[in-house]
Design a protein around this ligand. Structure first.
Ligand code: NAD
Ligand code: UGA
Length: 459
């Protein structure tokens, strides 16, 4: 079959896979290829067990794989054939050298840019899909134009705003698609070609265009605002626990102000995920680079309060259980950084597990989708943790349950049955406020929500 365009995505991860699946699904007239240096990951994308769990993704991929969506590991051939290349490689925080723990590690996109330059023999539009520091497009241009060939490249910034767990919905009905370009004739032409792809299913008024630096910065600012909002509500949880106020009631009252809105006000053990922390630290690093110390400090405090919230959760458990956890059995309900994903990157559960083991807890972890990743994350603690998928079995003979991920299945469990099989006094720490606390208290549990007074049977 003859396709109208050849689109390529370099990086078959949480963004590259679902994003390209959506483009291919909505645009049968285009051939969409996804490549990765990780051949194993490509093999999984071509199998019945996709490398990531995302509601709705399996169905779409199975419908269009082999029709106009292809996963392969011949990167050079794919680059040569493509007209439009999305770069969706990882941009983790540097764990070495200058900017350690703060700056983005740019080695992955740089390698990709060099490979594109070396292999290309015709005009290409390069689309930044990964989250990059502001001015990455300029660095990319410099690399792409640094050899003697006269191949022309146009760079666009098209950051991705999907959230894991709702990626398919977010891709199908995005609040907005942002495309940043150079304001030159060829930059604007390239931008229009990308607009044309999204216009296949996204209403035109939701496709926003801007200059390229605004686009790069908007992605970092969006994540900073979202993370700040969670930190803002979380910062009042300790206050609520001390004062008798209830954070859910406070969030409802605050969120009814139409200027603020009700979303993203769920108090928690802190935000996790591969991006919020990394993107804010990256922003902080950029601010310091430009000498904007006060602004850097302001945004860094969002991460500091988030770390405090995770620490506070463990201290609450310790304090409630008579200041010793040694030899007690505790079950974590959930390990993923949020519900409906198997992703555990920067999950608060990792920190919480390590701290609990330091306190000599016998730890049991249950999660419907994230146990394989949990085992990898906590490899150094092998033999000290039990991993059990069934929550009833996992919590049996435990002194306490700590809800770490807001999986819906946990709200629908038979807690009478769970209580019967636990050591008494039995404790529940609801780090996500998803359970019926009054009912648990009536069953006999000592209940510790986040940002609400505890319900205990002690004098
Ligand atoms: P990921 O680690 O799941 O995927 C990145 C993939 O790129 C990996 O499979 C890796 O093997 C591959 N890769 C690295 N270097 C390569 C190279 N030179 N050639 C070919 N493949 C290469 O990461 P992700 O979660 O998909 O995130 C990718 C980017 O998107 C990041 O910048 C992230 O900040 C951003 N982002 C992520 C999300 C999300 O929900 N995960 C949402 C929006 C934006
Ligand atoms: C987030 C953003 O929501 C996406 O727009 C963005 O594209 C993405 O980061 C990215 O750049 O990677 P994601 O991290 O997948 O998406 O998931 P979120 O729904 O934002 O949740 C992040 C964390 O905050 C989770 O740990 C979640 O449990 C927590 N959270 C979220 C709360 O504690 N309270 C809330 O009210 C909402």
């Amino acid at each position: 079959m003859k396709f109208r365009k050849n689109i390529l995505c370099i990086g078959a991860g949480y963004v590259g896979g679902p994003t390209m699946a959506m483009i291919a699904y909505k645009c049968p007239q285009y051939k969409v290829t996804v490549v990765d240096i990780d051949a194993e990951r490509i093999k999984q994308w071509n199998s019945d067990n996709l490398p990531i769990y995302e509601p709705g993704l399996d169905e779409i991929v199975k419908k269009i794989r082999g029709r106009n969506l292809f996963f392969c590991d011949d990167i050079e051939k794919a680059i040569r054939e493509a007209e439009i290349i999305f770069v969706s490689v990882n941009t983790p925080v540097k764990n070495y050298g200058v900017g350690i723990g703060m700056a983005a590690d740019l080695q992955y996109w740089e390698k990709t840019a060099r490979q594109i330059r070396d292999v290309s023999d015709s005009h290409k539009i390069i689309v930044e899909k990964s989250t990059f520091p502001v001015k990455t497009a300029q660095a990319m241009e410099r690399i792409l134009t640094s050899n003697s060939s006269h191949v022309q490249f146009d760079i666009l910034s098209n950051p991705e705003f999907l959230a894991e767990g709702t990626a398919i919905k977010d891709l199908e009905f995005p609040d907005r698609v942002l495309i940043g370009s150079r304001m030159t004739e060829s930059g604007l032409k390239a931008r229009d070609k990308l607009v044309e792809i999204y216009a296949n299913w996204v209403p035109r008024e939701r496709i926003v265009t801007s200059n390229i630096w605004s686009s790069e910065l908007s992605k970092l600012v969006s994540n900073a605002f979202l993370a700040q909002r969670i930190t803002s509500i979380n910062s009042f949880t300790a206050f609520c626990e001390k004062s008798g106020a209830d954070i859910t009631e406070v969030a409802k009252a605050v969120g009814m102000d139409s200027r603020l809105g009700p979303k993203f006000l769920n108090a928690s053990i802190g935000f996790g995920g591969s991006c919020f922390k990394k993107d804010i630290l990256n922003l902080v690093y950029l601010c310091r680079y430009y000498g904007l110390v006060e602004i850097a400090d302001y945004w860094e405090s969002v991460v500091r309060i988030n770390d405090y919230q995770m620490r506070r959760f463990v201290l609450t458990i310790l304090g409630a259980m008579f200041n010793t956890l040694a030899g007690k059995r505790l079950c974590l309900f959930g390990f993923a950084f949020k519900a409906n994903t198997g992703d555990t990157r920067e999950s608060p559960a990792i920190y919480i597990s390590r701290r609990l083991i330091e306190e000599k807890v016998e730890l049991v972890i249950t999660d419907p989708k994230a146990l394989a990743n949990a085992m990898k994350d906590l490899k150094e603690l092998e033999g000290k943790i039990s991993y059990i998928e069934d929550p009833y079995e996992a919590s049996a003979n435990c002194d306490a349950i700590a809800v770490v991920t807001e999986w819906e299945l946990y709200s629908n469990l038979d807690f009478k049955k769970i209580y019967r099989n636990m050591v008494k006094p039995a404790f529940i720490f609801d780090g996500r406020n998803i359970l019926d606390h009054e009912k648990l208290f009536e069953i006999g549990f000592n209940v510790f929500p986040v940002g609400k007074p505890a319900l205990t049977h002690f004098e």
